[in-house]
Structures are given as C-alpha cells and as structure tokens.
Design a binder for this molecule. Structure first.
Ligand SMILES: [Zn+2]
Length: 109
C-alpha cells in the first residue's frame, strides 16, 4: 500500500518528499499532528534493514525533525516505529509515526 502512495498511484496528502523519503498525514490520526514517514525503498520493517540502510534511516529521522519544526512541535513530539504485528505494525512497509500537538503519555499502551 505504501509503495503505491510513494509512487503516487494512490492520492494522499504528501507533506514532505525527497529522494529517499515520502511523508503524508495518517488517515486515522492519533494526535493533532500524525504524519507517516515512509522509505521510498521497499523494506518490510525496521528489522529488515541492513547496514546499507543506515543513511536511509538517518534521512527518515531528519525528515521528522524538519516536519516537527514546520508543524511547530516545539513543546515535544514523538517518533515511533512499530515493528511486527504484536507491536502494532499494520502495513508491511517501513514507516515512522511522527506524533505531536498534545501531551503524550509514557509508557505508551
Ligand atoms: Zn512497500
């Protein structure tokens, strides 16, 4: 599904894009700001990345920082990777969740 969004075959609200990364608003937001940051390279999960993917992971985290600044999440934001079904990963394509705009509880549920 994310491959289709990344390749723009499915219309989505893309808020950030560069050579490595695409980001768009979650269709089921869990916070006032809830953005999915997706690798353009197809990787099933964080656990499927290898040493060659370290620069890509850095790009994804830097995208989060840029988006947090753009959405003025100065008081805090959270960047989450769910890896595997038990952790809540629902799409088998590597993505980070950027959440902010409200107080977030710790530990997460
Ligand atoms: Zn994919």
């Amino acid at each position: 599904m994310f491959c289709l969004i990344v390749s723009k075959e499915i219309k989505s609200d893309i808020v950030f894009e560069n050579e490595h990364v695409s980001a768009f608003k979650d269709i089921n937001p869990q916070a006032p700001v809830h953005i999915l940051i997706v690798s353009k390279k197809h990787l099933k999960s964080l656990a499927e990345t290898g040493p060659e993917d370290v620069p890509l992971l850095g790009e994804m985290q830097r995208a989060a920082v840029e988006l947090a600044a753009r959405y003025k999440l100065d008081d805090g934001f959270r960047l989450v990777v769910n890896n595997g079904r038990e952790a809540g990963q629902s799409v088998d394509h590597l993505h980070y969740h950027l959440l902010g705009g409200r107080r977030l509880k710790w530990p997460p549920g």
